[in-house]
Design a protein around this ligand. Structure first.
Ligand code: ZN
Length: 192
């Protein structure tokens, strides 16, 4: 089932999400719905707060991104061809490496893309969908997507990294998103 993606301005996007246990109701269905929602919106990552659940769960599929990238960008990222993973109760242990800028977007903040500088690698502890515990280090574009999705379960958004000046310039566009004055080709729910 495709779920509506909550828009910027919704309180759940500013909530620090809670850990879950294996007996969380209908978790398997929820994860399946998140994948379906992600693909329906052509995203590469989706966090539970974006579908109005304040739990520490996000899904990442960087294979899609590499499959769709321009010919000239092929081989540019060390983590090609990417991967598909579920992250439950994730906790970032450390971020390392030379910070680099990349033009980020977010399904909850449609039609805005801005350069965000983030560290090159991320070491993260998490459970997979079977509640098997992992500690892994990720690089490249995958490390970036993970940091972006992780921010969602901490109540943070990529626009928080922008300068006050840049944010001021985006104020009108952000208000339009909150007020539902935006056209997107996927299902969204607006706070007002
Ligand atoms: Zn996002």
């Amino acid at each position: 089932m495709i779920l509506p993606i909550v828009a910027y301005g919704s309180p759940v996007l500013r909530t620090v999400a809670k850990e879950i246990t294996p007996d969380y109701p209908n978790l398997e269905k929820l994860i399946a719905d998140m994948w379906e929602t992600l693909y329906a919106s052509n995203g590469v990552g989706l966090a539970a707060p974006q579908i109005n659940k304040d739990i520490r769960l996000f899904v990442v599929d960087s294979i899609q991104l590499f499959a769709n990238q321009d010919e000239e960008d092929k081989g540019k990222y060390a983590d090609e061809p990417g991967f598909k993973k579920v992250f439950i109760n994730a906790k970032i242990k450390e971020c390392n490496g030379e910070p680099w800028p990349y033009s980020e977007g977010c399904l909850s903040i449609p039609k805005i893309r801005e350069d965000v500088t983030r560290p090159a690698t991320v070491t993260i502890e998490y459970d997979d969908e079977n509640f098997i515990h992992h500690t892994d280090t990720f690089i490249g574009i995958t490390a970036r997507i993970i940091q972006h999705e992780y921010d969602h379960i901490e109540g943070k958004l990529f626009i928080d990294y922008l300068t006050p000046f840049k944010r001021k310039l985006l104020k009108g566009k952000l208000a339009d998103i909150t007020n539902g004055k935006i056209k997107v080709d996927y299902k969204m729910s607006f706070p007002k």
